[in-house]
Design a protein around this ligand. Structure first.
Ligand code: ATP
Length: 881
């Protein structure tokens, strides 16, 4: 790559590009890509593998195991020591591999979020990954975009301003203007004097839009650190994982205390130092759920990958957990609930209403339509390709199609009336304006706003004073049908004197209405959402009647339900706002700042809010929401960076899918925890009990390791693959402050543990009656495994006919075979001091299995934690419909 020698001499770049309005040819772009390299930075060196490996030993549980291995060796049990080392090794490798996998998963998600840019190539506007742009490319930039190369502006809207704080520390937006033509040929030094016309990689467009030519890419850009600017994902640890690690920490303390207790009691019983130390080691090894952190991270990573496959990319991993407790989803309408593939369906003119396909016979109507369409083409930033493929705002594309349909050629109109200046569309302003040759001004925007700005209306015979009331009534009729409406106006102002188009006095040309039907699948997703005790709110910039009509079509609003607008919301005193936030289903014609206030009001009421957004001004609300959701297709970079989750195709249903997945992950992690803690404690307490009542050890430390490794590496992993409980989306959202394992669960776990300990203990002593000690121990281990397997089956519940079933079946089969070999294979017999199982003992195992399954079903069968959504909504006093 020719570092620092990329076009410093601006004249070179402009010479290559400005000679035509075609942008670079793809052949030239390809050649430049080879010459200058991709527009990215070389990746930072990854953490070396041995560091990752050693990091695994920083886990306190592993440290205790290392201690146990040393102790066994000192006490003269080299085989035990070797096996403990093997377990440590297996666990470190498991942890190592899972960390690597999780990082890869995150990197893969990252690549889905890589920025794209609009670039002119071969005369066509295309959307390309930012990495593929080269010096000399002509880029279109717009509000909300994070710039990915250094650019010289050749065209700029009136309000183009950049946030350059990452470059200069300046927090106020810096206004920018196009570089005067005569300066463009000046050599490199020009840049310094032309800062006002340069925009730099890493900075953000706060308002406006423009066209710029790429001067420098990749490592040669001024900031040269594109990576840090791209949406970078935080590390893999989540609060849940932290809580689990903390739990593991407390467990280590419990282990040490119990081991000390065993030691003290053993010594007081006069069992000798060696024996009691051995018992203490067994106990420690038994209770430590070595595989727990790894198993939980795998569950999280798989959950995140599964969400990504279903179109929801998590930028902040803690969101996995929060998602499960979402109580309200506030969503945009256009593009999320509706198709956003718009079509002009109706045109309202002063003297007639014309529906698609716009065939008119009267010359007056034809003239009026042509005027309307001309304004729609000129006050418009979209482009259409030769095959009709479009670039830019779907509504503006629809306007171009409308004009083409009427026989107008948009490129020709734009060439005849070149644009001089632009006042870009903004959600707050709700209109856009452009000026053209001879002082022509065109405006388009929300009808109420444009009507207020107009003094006249256009008629074929001349201008008449505007009749706002009639226009409003006619527009309302269209909005009632769920159509999106837009008014177009024009006027003339002497060159340069349109400083404030909002001053009014313009002439209304007419109104167009777009059909934007609900997206398939949204209605069902909303029903799922309501069944899961989650409230729905639509928050849109669109007309109240349009919004209400769509909400009714989607089935979450009854005919009489009120719609709240920006005016009503801002006028409401705080107490009234609480009420509005709690009861309103549709907010229409609202501004982005209303969204922030709404999130805050909802949060005051204890709601956990998921809020969607796409524009620059949505960023504060997205950041403030518990789950900010940005749009992957239509959203701005700023919104994406502020969000916790990005929807790859903007579809509302994916939010609900993600909530369902969040609930599944949490529920399954909880099951993993219960399963692993119960099994670990059961083993540990068997040992402790033997010490306390001063009898022989029913299970040796080595055997405990066998059980532990098998349960952790096979059985517990079942929960990572386990599908969703069918009832999970019929339950109320989980209270976010709820403990990982609430007291009710601890009680169940304790009961089940006590049962297991008793049964294992009794079987061992029963075995001792007519078996050797080795046989009795084998029986005890078999009993323990059987009871664990039965617990797994009970916690798993009904088969779900998915991958989880296969995983569970495979794990159980694997355990069964291994457990048989454990007693039957001579090699394992020698290593673990076991013997062939007695056929008569099978009945004991069967009995233990049935008992344990029955007990688990009784204990876990009814879930007091999961209140049904219906109960919760009743409690919430009519919050859900
Ligand atoms: P949502 O917030 O659900 O996406 P929305 O897209 O309709 O709804 P806004 O984008 O704020 O909300 O648009 C509000 C109104 O402004 C629209 O109903 C339309 O009349 C007008 N409008 C939208 N886009 C443009 C545009 N590019 N130029 C001019 N007017 C526009």
């Amino acid at each position: 790559m020719e570092n620092n020698t990329q076009y410093n001499d601006l004249s070179d770049v402009f010479a290559g590009v400005e000679s035509s309005s075609q942008g670079l040819s793809s052949a030239e772009a390809q050649a430049r890509l080879i010459k200058f390299g991709p527009n990215q930075l070389p990746p930072s060196p990854p953490k070396p593998w041995w560091r990752r490996f050693l990091d695994q030993f920083r886990n306190p549980l592993i440290a205790i195991l290392v201690l146990a291995a040393f102790l066994s060796w000192l006490l003269g049990y080299p085989v035990d020591s070797a096996v403990i080392w093997a377990v440590i090794l297996i666990n470190t490798i498991l942890g190592f591999v899972q960390e690597y996998r999780a990082e890869n998963a995150v990197a893969a998600l990252q690549s889905l979020l890589d920025p794209h840019v609009s670039v002119l190539r071969d005369g066509r506007w295309e959307t390309l990954p930012a990495a593929r742009i080269v010096p000399g490319d002509l880029l279109a930039v717009q509000a909300g975009e994070r710039i990915s190369a250094d650019l010289a502006l050749v065209e700029a809207a009136r309000e183009l301003a950049m946030d350059e704080s990452m470059l200069s520390g300046e927090s106020l937006p810096v206004p920018k203007a196009a570089m005067p033509r005569q300066h463009r040929a000046a050599a490199g030094a020009a840049e310094e004097t032309q800062r006002q016309s340069m925009i730099y990689a890493g900075t953000l467009v706060t308002t406006g839009s423009g066209l710029g030519i790429v001067l420098r890419t990749g490592a040669t850009t001024t900031i040269g650190r594109i990576q840090t600017l791209m949406t970078s994902l935080p590390p893999v640890e989540t609060p849940l994982l932290r809580r689990v690690n903390r739990l593991a920490g407390s467990l280590s303390v419990a282990v040490l205390v119990l081991a000390a207790l065993a030691l003290a009691v053993g010594l007081s019983h006069g069992q000798g130092l060696e024996n009691t130390l051995l018992a203490a080691v067994s106990l420690a090894v038994a209770i430590i759920p070595e595989g727990l952190p790894a198993v939980i991270s795998i569950t999280l990573a798989l959950g995140v990958q599964r969400m990504a496959r279903r179109g929801a990319i998590l930028r902040q991993l803690p969101a996995v957990e929060t998602l499960g407790s979402v109580t309200v989803i506030c969503t945009d309408k256009t593009g999320t609930l509706t198709e956003n593939r718009m079509q002009v369906a109706t045109a309202l003119l002063a003297e007639s209403t014309i529906h698609a396909p716009f065939t008119v016979s009267s010359p007056q109507d034809r003239e009026a339509l042509a005027k309307l369409a001309t304004a729609a083409v000129l006050c418009n930033d979209a482009h259409l390709g030769e095959q009709g493929e479009g670039l830019g705002d779907p509504m503006e594309q629809a306007l171009l199609h409308f004009a083409h349909h009427l026989g107008l050629i948009s490129t020709a109109i734009r060439e005849t009336h070149p644009r001089r200046d632009t006042l870009p569309f903004q959600h707050e302003r709700k209109f856009m304006a452009t000026t053209h040759d001879e002082g022509r001004v065109f405006l388009k925007g929300a009808p109420e706003v444009i009507l207020d700005l107009c003094a006249w209306e256009w008629h074929p015979h001349g201008l008449e004073a505007i009749d706002r009331k009639t226009w409003r009534e006619r527009i309302d009729v269209l909005a009632e049908d769920g159509m999106r409406t837009l008014a177009l106006a024009y006027g003339r102002s002497p060159e340069g004197s349109w400083e404030n188009p909002a001053q009014g006095g313009w002439t209304l040309l007419g109104t167009v209405a777009f059909l934007d039907p609900p997206r398939p699948g949204v209605r069902e997703a909303i029903q799922r959402c309501l069944a899961a005790g989650i409230r729905m709110q639509m928050i849109t910039g669109d007309h109240p009647r349009t919004a209400a009509a769509i909400a009714r079509q989607l089935g979450f609003m009854a005919p009489g339900d009120p719609v709240v607008t920006h005016g009503q919301w801002t006028a409401a005193p705080p107490a009234e706002r609480l009420h509005l936030a709690a009861t309103t289903k549709v907010f229409a014609r609202v501004n982005p700042e209303d969204k922030l206030q709404l999130v805050e009001t909802l949060q005051q009421q204890g709601e956990i809010v998921a809020m969607t957004g796409d524009g620059v001004n949505d960023a504060p609300a997205l950041r403030r929401a518990d789950i900010g959701v940005a749009m992957g297709r239509s959203g701005s970079d700023v919104a994406r960076e502020a969000a916790a989750m990005v929807l790859s195709d903007d579809h509302f249903a994916h939010i609900v899918d993600a909530v369902a997945e969040g609930r599944r992950v949490y529920a399954n992690i909880r099951k993993t925890l219960q399963f692993m803690l119960v099994t670990s404690f059961a083993q540990g307490l068997v040992v402790l009990l033997a010490v306390l009542v001063d009898t022989e050890m029913p299970i040796t430390p080595l055997q405990i390791l066998w059980v532990n490794t098998l349960t952790a590496s096979t059985m517990a992993l079942v929960f990572a693959f386990m599908g969703r409980d069918p009832g999970l989306m019929q339950q109320a959202p989980r209270p976010p402050q709820e403990a990982l394992i609430p007291p009710a669960l601890w009680r169940r776990m304790a009961t089940f543990t006590a049962l297991t300990v008793t049964v294992v203990f009794l079987t061992f002593h029963y075995g001792l009656l007519d078996h050797t000690q080795i046989q009795a121990r084998t029986l005890a281990v078999d009993t323990l495994m059987t009871m664990e397997a039965a617990l797994l089956i009970a916690l798993y519940g009904r088969p779900r006919q998915d991958r989880g079933d296969a995983a569970a079946g495979l794990a159980l089969l694997l355990c069964l075979v291994s457990q048989y070999l454990f007693g039957a294979l001579p090699g394992l017999q020698r290593l673990f001091t076991t013997s062939n199982p007695d056929r008569a003992d099978l009945f004991i195992l069967l009995g233990a299995g049935i008992l344990s399954y029955g007990a688990a079903r009784i204990l876990w069968g009814t879930d007091p934690i999961a209140a049904s959504a219906k109960e919760a909504s009743q409690k919430a006093d009519g919050k859900t419909p």
